[in-house]
Design a protein around this ligand. Structure first.
Ligand SMILES: *Cc1c(COP(=O)(O)O)cnc(C)c1O
Length: 387
């Protein structure tokens, strides 16, 4: 089956009610025929539902779909994207281990790696993504895992998955990718050797700004320790959210096609507007890693950033002048969202750290939605005129 068909047709077995659409299973636990069945399930001799912290049918449907869309053996869902990132790392790293991570990361991921992991004896270095020739020197005897985000939030840095895959294989490192911006429809990191593919399902997977969720896809061997960590620490996805997310996957392909079409058209249009210094979109020829993006992504994604000539003040005026666009920190919604990372999502970082990951004072991020492209352009045009 192709991507679209898998995303739609893969589902739980129909119950005795013969329903067409998967029902929700809001139950905290499951019952057993007898003591023997209960014993066998707990011993792992039989597979089946036990308790919704670690087994729930809705979560399983969502996980099975995500695994098949990412091309991995299995997956485990979590309550949020951050819970997924945290569990992926904590399932594999212990005190004394060393981690290499790309520096251009989602704000909370950056904070987790740089503030929390060192408190537990897990050290890190930022992978010099621009200079692959330096990577070998960055590996220590205790380096265990490489974590990257591509495209990065919000800088849209593209990292060569094939190169990182080969590097990890050479040094026997676990290769983890936050694939949130691309979704499996545009990019499947497992094809390039990634072991762990992590998503904030809150974004394009939900796609309608409703629920939080996360998922980690990988083969049995690398997911097992993460499953154990989740089972024992409890960052579980609720059955209701899993049900929403599994339904959302049915429309992921058509939604992503339109997000990408709108984003590409908008990025070309923005490039011609006065007062805008630089437009950043992976599928624009002017993007610094355009060639790599074309090699590993089927389309450019739904996020566009641009730099206002007048900097911070112009950004604030623009944010205050849009009428249709939403001011929000979320992304991957049907509704176009405008945000200003320096004063919002990345405000906790120092100015120097922000500049280091490409967040300048005038940087504006657009999560291009599914409204008619002319309405999005018209709103931005009237707001840009007021700067
Ligand atoms: C939003 C986001 C996260 C965190 O996901 P939540 O669901 O908000 O916890 C992680 N990585 C990236 C790239 C994100 O955009």
């Amino acid at each position: 089956m192709r991507f679209e068909t898998k995303a739609i047709r893969q589902k739980l077995k129909t119950t005795a009610e013969r329903e067409h659409s998967t029902p929700i299973f809001p139950t905290s636990s499951f019952i057993y025929e007898d003591a023997e069945q209960m014993r066998a399930l707990f011993a792992g001799e039989q597979t089946g539902n036990i308790y919704s912290r670690f087994t729930n049918p809705n979560c399983q449907e969502f996980e099975a779909k995500m695994a098949s869309l990412e091309g991995t053996e299995t997956a485990i869902s979590t309550a949020s994207g951050m819970a997924a990132n945290f569990a992926a790392l904590l399932g594999h790293l212990k005190s004394g281990d060393h981690l290499l991570a790309s520096r251009a990361l989602f704000g909370s991921t950056f904070n987790m790696i740089s503030q929390y992991l060192p408190q537990w004896g897990i050290t890190y270095d930022w992978l010099d993504t621009a200079s692959p020739q330096n990577w070998d020197q960055q590996v220590n005897i205790n380096t265990k895992l490489v974590f990257i985000e591509t495209p990065s939030n919000p800088g849209l840095e593209i990292i060569d998955l094939k190169k990182v895959g080969a590097f990890c294989k050479k040094h026997d490192l676990i290769f983890a990718v936050d694939n949130c911006f691309a979704t499996p429809y545009l990019q499947q990191p497992a094809k390039f050797g990634a072991d762990l593919i992590i998503h904030s399902a809150t974004k394009f997977i939900d796609g309608q700004g409703r629920v939080l969720g996360g998922v980690i896809c990988g083969n049995e061997k690398v997911i097992k320790p993460i499953y154990q960590f989740c089972r024992n620490s409890g960052p579980s996805l609720s059955p209701f959210n899993a049900w929403i997310l599994s339904k959302s996957l049915e429309t992921l392909a058509v939604r992503m096609d339109r997000h990408c079409q709108n984003a590409l058209e908008l990025s070309l249009w923005l490039s011609e507007q006065q007062g805008i210094k630089k437009v950043n979109y992976p599928f624009l020829e002017t993007h610094p890693q355009h060639a790599i993006a074309k090699q590993q992504m089927s389309q450019g994604g739904g996020i566009v950033t641009f730099e206002l000539e007048e900097g911070l003040e112009a950004g604030v005026i623009l944010m205050n002048s849009v009428q249709l666009l939403s001011l929000s920190a979320n992304l991957g919604d049907t509704r176009t969202i405008i945000s200003h990372p320096a004063s919002t999502t990345h405000a906790k970082l120092s100015e120097a750290d922000r500049i280091n990951i490409g967040i300048t004072p005038g940087l504006v991020r657009l999560s291009v939605g599914l409204e008619h492209i002319e309405d999005i352009k018209n709103d931005l045009a009237q707001a840009i005129k007021l700067i």
